[in-house]
Design a protein around this ligand. Structure first.
Ligand SMILES: C[S@@+](CC[C@H](N)C(=O)[O-])C[C@H]1O[C@@H](n2cnc3c(N)ncnc32)[C@H](O)[C@@H]1O
Length: 231
């Protein structure tokens, strides 16, 4: 079943190119892309057997067993360089996505496009992309139930992210006009305010630094949020 989040991810997958869905779980994405005729073949991979079995069953029901190969394994280790035009990594933490890309640099660099949807710590993913020769070509947001998700689309290239806020809420200036941006900012503000509350009376240097950093981030987020309201 395609959800709004998976739909945004699907919309950013390159047409007529093979794709790999790393951490596929249910396998909805590759099956949908095949059914729509958007891709010629796919690899649906997962580190855990149980989710991979779910994907296998869905692939079998869809009749695309020849075109969608399921593979058991961690991250990009299941792929050879150049095998996937688009690599999708969705529904995992930002640190895990960063680590899996770092562990298989040749495979990551050989993809024409990465579509990444970190569940948290998206700033780590943006730092990784900037430091490893990727250019963010699109960023989008999707809402499911009460949660807003960040989708980051990157290709090989160079970029220089100018300020901390761009790591936190998105590299592209146009993203700042996204209708879901105020909700994303609210969520990030909530997290920063928790840190502020937690560190405000602590005396260690680390806590003081964190307090100052989070206070500055919260102020910057408020500024963007107020700017969004005025548009
Ligand atoms: C929350 S599900 C996301 C499923 C799907 N990608 C989506 O966005 O709806 C995360 C999946 O990632 C898988 N996973 C976790 N660590 C992984 C790794 N190192 N390599 C491959 N898959 C992994 C889990 O087994 C799980 O099925």
């Amino acid at each position: 079943m395609m959800t709004p989040r998976l739909q945004v991810i699907a919309d950013n997958v390159l047409k007529n190119e093979s794709m790999a869905d790393i951490g596929t779980d249910h396998g909805y994405l590759p099956v949908y892309l095949m059914e729509q005729g958007f891709i010629p073949r796919a690899v649906a991979a997962d580190i855990n057997e149980k989710p991979l079995r779910k994907a296998e069953q869905l692939v079998a029901r869809s009749g695309y067993e020849k075109q969608i190969e399921t593979r058991l394994g961690s991250g990009l280790s299941v792929l050879s360089p150049g095998e996937a035009g688009t690599i999708v990594m969705a529904g995992m933490g930002g640190y895990l996505i960063r680590d899996l890309l770092t562990e298989s640099p040749e495979v990551a660099a050989s993809a024409k496009r990465l579509v990444l949807q970190p569940m948290n710590n998206a700033f780590i993913v943006r730092h990784f992309l900037e430091d490893n020769g990727f250019l963010i070509i699109n960023e989008d947001l999707a809402k499911e139930e009460r949660r807003v998700y960040e989708i980051i689309v990157a290709e090989k290239g160079e970029m220089s992210i100018e300020n901390d806020l761009d790591y936190l809420i998105g590299y592209e200036a146009k993203r700042r006009k996204h209708p879901l941006l105020p909700e994303l900012i609210d969520r990030k503000l909530e997290l920063e305010n928790k840190i502020i509350e937690h560190t405000k009376n602590k005396q260690t240097e680390m806590a003081r630094e964190q307090y100052q950093k989070s206070t500055a981030i919260a102020a910057a987020l408020m500024e963007v949020k107020n700017g969004c309201k005025m548009q």
